[in-house]
Design a protein around this ligand. Structure first.
Ligand code: PMP
Ligand code: GLN
Length: 380
């Protein structure tokens, strides 16, 4: 049978590819972003408690109300903003589903969606699957800033969505207050939805508060926030996240959500709700990862890599232009095979290549893993 692919240019994701290569070559794996340490045992005990107590059938379509209330409380604590847990928050099967569902719910054939590059890998395929056009805007190297005049010049009647992501994967940089104000004024009074990927919301460093769209009342009214508990409580394998949006947007979001996934893992939602009712379990995260960032950067400070700025997430970019002329994919593969260290080449997050020589390393790892990685990095 002839298959008419809807995604003819898409292969297996870089995370799957580099993870498999790391396993095959027994390499230290700083490629895909996930912790190599356990989550809090209290969270596991809570998950077990709710399973044993019989919460093993379908959860409500919107997510359990306890968790939605906890999320409303977190957003209020962190960003001083109000979302109605009943009508404005939905639990999703990870942020990936929240992003896909948002695009499916609002993007029509022929629409234009502005995406900043380097862009996390799930945005563009979802836009293309809905027949819309991706309008890429390059973030400027090395600070990965947004040129808002350029964004303004690209907005037209077809522009229906702008996707932002701060703290930003893969660059490890963050947007500031003036970025959010620029965005707010650009979309005001226009039929443009801002899809704000905030999965690293609790990992903004150096005493700079995370700039959630929720902080800006006018912007909040036309934004969908997507986040993920995988990052916040070290459980990327649970695939539970959430979406927060004003009720008129959430109503449409749920129309799609109920047919895409219907409901999300029930006992784990209850466990997350109880665990996150202790504020320390999310407020402390930035110190935890800032410490890892500082440790990793110090360990490799004498290496030949240029250590790029990192103000959020658990990713550190390293520029290898002083070491080799190879392109980043070739070098990342060679490092994994020959030096036993896996990373992610940055070019995979671009539609238009830059020629920058950058690799992304995940520092959500035990000290001993970071020490072993640093030893390899310092030997190059
Ligand atoms: N957005 C960004 C920027 C990510 O890094 C990730 C992956 N961790 C996701 C979305 C997807 O999150 P989840 O694993 O909860 O689907
Ligand atoms: N978010 C993770 C990363 O950037 C990858 C998740 C995935 O493999 N899809 O490394």
């Amino acid at each position: 049978m002839l298959v008419n692919s809807k995604l003819p240019n898409v292969g297996t994701t870089i995370f799957t590819t580099m993870g498999a290569l790391a396993r095959e070559h027994n390499a230290i794996n700083l490629s895909q972003g996930f912790p190599d340490f356990s989550c809090d045992i209290k969270l596991l005990d809570l998950a077990n408690k709710f399973m044993v107590n019989g919460f093993n059938q379908y959860a409500p379509m919107q997510g359990v109300i306890q968790l939605r209330e906890t999320i409303a409380e977190i957003i209020s604590t962190c960003y001083n903003a109000t979302y109605n847990p009943d009508t404005e928050i939905t639990i999703t099967a990870g942020a990936t589903q929240g992003i896909y569902t948002s695009i499916a719910a609002f993007i029509h054939k022929g629409d234009e969606v502005i995406v900043f590059e380097p862009a996390y890998d799930c945005y563009i395929p979802a836009i293309e699957l809905h027949g819309a056009k991706v309008i890429p805007v390059q973030l400027s190297y090395p600070n990965f800033n947004i040129n808002w005049d350029e964004v303004k010049s690209l907005i037209n009647a077809k522009t229906k969505m702008i996707i932002i992501n701060s703290p930003h994967n893969p660059s490890g940089t963050t947007l500031n207050e003036s970025d959010l104000k620029n965005l707010e004024s650009l979309v005001k009074d226009k039929n443009i939805i801002v899809l704000s990927d905030e999965v690293y919301e609790h990992m903004a460093f150096d005493n700079q508060p995370h700039q959630s769209v929720a902080r800006y009342p006018s912007l909040k009214q036309q934004s969908i926030i997507v986040s993920s508990f995988g990052k916040t409580v070290h459980t990327t394998g649970w695939k539970i996240g959430y979406v927060a949006a004003p009720d008129y947007l959430m109503k449409e979001f749920r129309k799609v959500h109920q047919f895409l996934v219907f409901a999300v893992n029930h006992p784990f939602q209850l466990a997350l709700s109880e665990f996150l009712s202790d504020k320390n379990n999310y407020l402390e995260l930035k110190n935890f990862y800032q410490h890892k960032r500082d440790l990793f950067r110090k360990m490799i400070s004498g290496s030949r890599f240029k250590i790029e700025p990192c103000t959020g997430t658990y990713f550190q970019l390293l520029n290898y232009s002083a070491i080799t002329d190879e392109n980043d994919c070739d070098y990342a593969i060679r490092l994994t095979k020959e030096k036993k260290l896996a990373s992610i080449p940055l070019s995979v997050f671009y539609t238009k290549q830059t020629g920058n020589k950058l690799l992304r390393f995940c520092f959500a790892k035990k000290t001993e893993t970071l020490e072993k990685a640093a030893e390899i990095i310092n030997s190059l």
